[in-house]
Design a binder for this molecule. Structure first.
Ligand code: 5MM
Length: 346
């Protein structure tokens, strides 16, 4: 393993004013997204949609440091035969790949899930490297609530998921691929922000313990977490200022300074909320954060362009305008210079 090379890629993934486009929706998830705009989820439609995003030159060159792809997409060509991976590289962005096989019901742990995909991963990573991937992503899903009559998450579920993330990360580094480790504490429940803080801190504590014992040098990794935020169904929603303060506090406690960058998932926040919260952290706390803080949004970058496109070739320019706007707003949030006025000015 060449740690300097891994660190160089990880640092480029969190370059100032840039962040990651999560376009790694699995077949089931992209179908749900297409259903919302009444478009059939065919291989050609999925290609056309993603090609539209990757050909948004200004967004890709100025604001998107890397793109997380799905297995189908990393092998796909644009309509004119150019590999989609080449479009990303030519824009100066880095191709990445989702390598987990999804979160599955965990035996003996009602209501909890464990992410699978370690079998054959060494071989798959070698192939993905040849196809151009320079970073990878594995997502663990942690739910807050009740599993049967027990409070979840349980220690057993957290331990199993963090162990799998560490095993995945070690295999990535062996293959010269930077692992994005994504332990997502879901915001689906009715819990308040303090419960999210508690679960996120515990999750990250166990994650970094597992990474240590798996001999994963953190300089060659990126963390993709949730923000510390109240559950969507909570009656007690937190303000942007409280989300920023508690997220930074939690991460300062739990994430070692050797990690080059933290890229948030949006997790169901609205586009603007995800931008505003990231901006508040970078504007208010830059000086006390040892790592770069950026975005790796799926829904919060794609909801607007997906709707503007709606599967019609004549809407490609509108889709690209919508994508450019969100990419720019999040690029500004990475710098801590976003404002509501700039948001509306578009
Ligand atoms: C883009 O969605 C990703 C893939 O999800 P599935 O495997 O369920 O299709 C997802 O992992 C994503 O990368 C992260 O959750 C961040 O996306 P959001 O929409 O939360 O920003």
């Amino acid at each position: 393993m060449n740690l300097d090379a891994l660190n160089k890629i990880a640092t480029a993934m969190v370059a100032p004013g840039k962040g990651i486009l999560a376009a790694d929706e699995s077949s089931g998830t992209i179908k749900k997204r297409f259903d919302q705009i009444k478009v059939d989820s065919t291989a050609d439609n999925r290609r056309d949609y993603r090609e539209m995003l990757f050909r948004t030159k200004e967004a890709m060159e100025k604001c998107i440091s890397g793109v997380i792809l799905y297995d189908e997409t990393i092998r796909q060509n644009a309509k004119d035969g150019t590999p989609l991976v080449r479009l990303i590289v030519e824009a100066g962005s880095i191709p990445g790949i989702k390598v987990d096989a999804g979160a599955k019901a965990m035996a003996a742990f009602p209501g909890e899930q464990v992410t699978e995909g370690l079998d054959g991963l060494r071989e798959r990573l070698a192939e993905y490297y040849k196809l151009g991937a320079r970073f990878a992503k594995w997502r663990a899903v942690i739910d807050i609530g009740l599993g049967g009559d027990r409070a979840i998450p349980t220690y057993g579920c957290l331990r199993a998921n963090m162990h799998a993330l560490a095993r995945y990360a070690a295999l990535c580094q062996e293959a010269s691929i930077v692992p994005i480790v994504e332990p997502e504490v879901l915001m689906d429940g009715d819990h308040d922000i303090d419960r999210c803080f508690e679960v996120t801190e515990l999750t990250l504590g166990l994650l970094y313990e597992e990474l240590y014992f798996a001999r994963v040098p953190l300089e060659g990794t990126i963390l993709k977490p949730n923000m510390v935020i109240a559950g969507k169904k909570s009656a007690k929603q937190a303000s942007t200022a409280e989300i920023a303060e508690k997220t930074v506090k939690c991460f300062r406690r739990a994430v070692p300074a050797a990690v080059p960058g933290i890229v948030f998932l949006s997790g169901g926040q609205s586009d603007e909320e995800a931008t505003e919260n990231l901006n508040a952290m970078n504007a208010g706390y830059r000086k006390i954060m040892p790592w770069a803080l950026s975005f790796s949004y799926g829904r919060a970058l794609q909801a607007a362009p997906l709707k503007a496109w709606s599967g019609k070739a004549e809407n490609v320019a509108a889709g690209q305008r919508a994508f450019l706007h969100r990419a720019k707003m999040n690029g500004l949030a990475q710098l801590g210079t976003w404002s509501a006025a700039l948001e509306k000015a578009a």
